[in-house]
Design a protein around this ligand. Structure first.
Ligand SMILES: C[S@@+](CC[C@H](N)C(=O)[O-])C[C@H]1O[C@@H](n2cnc3c(N)ncnc32)[C@H](O)[C@@H]1O
Length: 282
């Protein structure tokens, strides 16, 4: 039996509550495509039965599975050439200059999906700022979806994934082939770690970051949630640190927290304030 409008409205509510993601009613068919396998696995005969199950049994893990299945995990190595040019030409060299005394960098790939963003930053550092090979560097990737976090932790990518954005020379230098897959080198692995985290829920203990990448996720949030996320980013970004958004995104409702700058054909953001560097042993 097909779902009614109120069934879809209920599913949208579940997603909003679990992940703060807004799903437009014009995309109802996505629920059928993405949730039918989960419905069958849970013992429901169709999506409408599954909605009843969610409403009556209130099994939290199923609610979470619904939100997770509805996330859009689109990503690739070195996604958005201009952003990676900005990182290579301006942001990373400036950060390395400023942190030469402590030889320590903390970078956050917030909404990291399957990990390509974090591993791309690690490659950029080793490739263009080789002195950082001996620094204390942590690139922390977080995402609400457990499935993509586990994928990133495994660090094994299919041919289709490495063919998107990763220059052949970098592929051969930083990954090894294992039959049909390519595995991230231990050197890159040691720089990156991944954990599950909901950006719209109270955040766990995190270090202060020199660079935060919050790319291509804000578009799924309401304005209110976006403001909360920006406030958290502001708290967690070093006073002389950087925030990067996706190409089509702006911090338009948080101009009191971040100021926009432009370099290498891209915008980036700096926190507005004098903050005292927080000590962290993360
Ligand atoms: C389109 S991907 C972007 C990946 C990467 N940042 C990039 O630009 O290539 C968006 C990611 O945001 C994650 N996401 C959605 N809502 C989230 C939330 N509330 N907290 C953390 N991650 C979330 C999704 O699971 C998805 O993997």
């Amino acid at each position: 039996m097909a779902c009614t409008d109120s069934d879809y409205a209920y599913l949208r509510e579940v997603v909003l509550k679990q992940s703060a993601n807004l799903i437009d009613p014009s995309r109802n068919s996505l629920f059928d495509a993405k949730l039918t396998p989960i419905a069958h696995k849970a013992g429901a005969t169709n999506l409408q039965d599954f909605v009843r199950l969610l409403q009556t049994e209130r099994r939290t893990h199923l609610h979470r599975a619904v939100a997770e299945a509805m996330t859009i995990n689109e990503t690739s190595f070195f996604r958005d050439v201009k952003t990676f040019n900005l990182l290579r030409e301006t942001i990373l060299p400036e950060l390395v200059e400023r942190r030469r005394a402590s030889r320590r960098l903390r970078i956050w790939s917030a909404a990291s999906s399957t990990g390509q963003e974090a591993y791309s930053i690690a490659m950029l550092l080793l490739e263009h700022l080789p002195e950082t090979a001996y620094w204390d560097i942590k690139i922390i990737g977080t995402d609400i979806s457990r499935r993509v976090v586990e994928y990133a932790q495994q660090g094994r990518y299919r041919r289709l994934e490495v063919n998107r954005g990763l220059p052949a020379r970098m592929l051969l230098k930083y990954m090894t082939r294992d039959e049909e897959e390519w595995e991230i080198s231990s050197r890159l692995r040691a720089m990156c770690e991944f954990q599950q985290l909901n950006l719209c829920a109270p955040l766990p203990s995190l270090p202060e970051f020199d660079l935060v990448l919050l790319r291509n996720v804000l578009l799924y949030f309401s304005q209110e949630d976006r403001s909360h996320v920006f406030a958290a980013m502001h708290r967690l970004t070093a006073a002389d640190g950087y925030l990067l958004l996706g190409n089509a995104e702006q911090a338009e409702d948080s101009t009191n927290l971040f100021e926009a700058e432009f370099a290498a054909e891209s915008f980036f953001y700096r926190p507005l304030r004098d903050s005292v560097q927080r000590k962290s042993d993360y």
